[in-house]
Design a protein around this ligand. Sequence first.
Ligand SMILES: Nc1ncnc2c1ncn2[C@@H]1O[C@H](COP(=O)(O)OP(=O)(O)OP(=O)(O)O)[C@@H](O)[C@H]1O
Ligand SMILES: [Mg+2]
Length: 285
Amino acid sequence: MPSTDADTWGGSPFVKFDNVQKSYDGESLVVKGFNLYIDQGEFITLLGPSGSGKSTVLMMMAGFEHPTHGEIILKGQPISQLPPHKRGIGLVFQNYALFPHMTVAENLAFPLQVRNLPKSDIETKVKRALDMVRLGEFGDRRPAQLSGGQQQRVAVARALVFEPELVLMDEPLGALDKNLREEMQYEIKHIHEDLGVTMIYVTHDQSEALTMSDRIAVFNDGIVQQLASPQESMSVPQTHLLPSSLVKTIDCAERSRTLTGNNVRSRCQRPNYHCKPRSCWCSGR
Ligand SMILES: Nc1ncnc2c1ncn2[C@@H]1O[C@H](COP(=O)(O)OP(=O)(O)OP(=O)(O)O)[C@@H](O)[C@H]1O
Ligand SMILES: [Mg+2]
């Protein structure tokens, strides 16, 4: 699982939201000052109630909305002026938005065709993506001939097929029943660990956030109220507000590493630190 030293992009993390604000009507702020550093390969979840501004943050990251103030920095470069198709970000939203008139394979080929990949590459990548979500046999079907969970798998495959470094998922499992939801949680997490892709995931389901995330940003009323690992989130009441400006990337010497399969797991001996293979975050407390 790739993890990148914090100084790869001139001291900038993989993604940096720098005091991002958003107003739709020019008066009230929906996002009030969003600060967040995300390391490469991290799975970060925005957890918050309806209307708290989670989708707005993702839409700004994707490029479909523009910050009113502040800047989003991807690999050291400000991206606010960059159109969505030049950001190279994979997207999965709650309504799968597969093209109904195309087969599953054609749906997956589409992002590759718009990037002008050669036909042979497209076939290879589509096959690999379908196998990844265990739908190898379903390439010739149309979306209407699939179950909800299968359609959602296609949506996940389509977001990953062009091998983006960053994937945004906005309540991708909201329409699924409990069993399918749990199965897909496992599958998305597995793909994340396998590919090392950076994920920004939105949900208002606390258990989903706890199961899947490296860190959870509790988002409410346009600000991050708490930023912590799942373990900390469980032990610290959500009323304990943690200003995101206190969150720092630090080098932590006091860590142990274990190898599970191909995954290195790092654990910091100090409380309130959350480790990635090559860097640690301080929760600021
Ligand atoms: N295009 C828009 N124009 C005007 N207001 C908007 C627009 N999109 C969202 N809003 C408003 O911004 C606020 C935040 O909306 P947003 O969709 O970001 O919330 P959310 O946290 O994703 O909620 P949910 O969990 O219900 O999806 C809401 O009050 C919403 O009504
Ligand atoms: Mg939303």
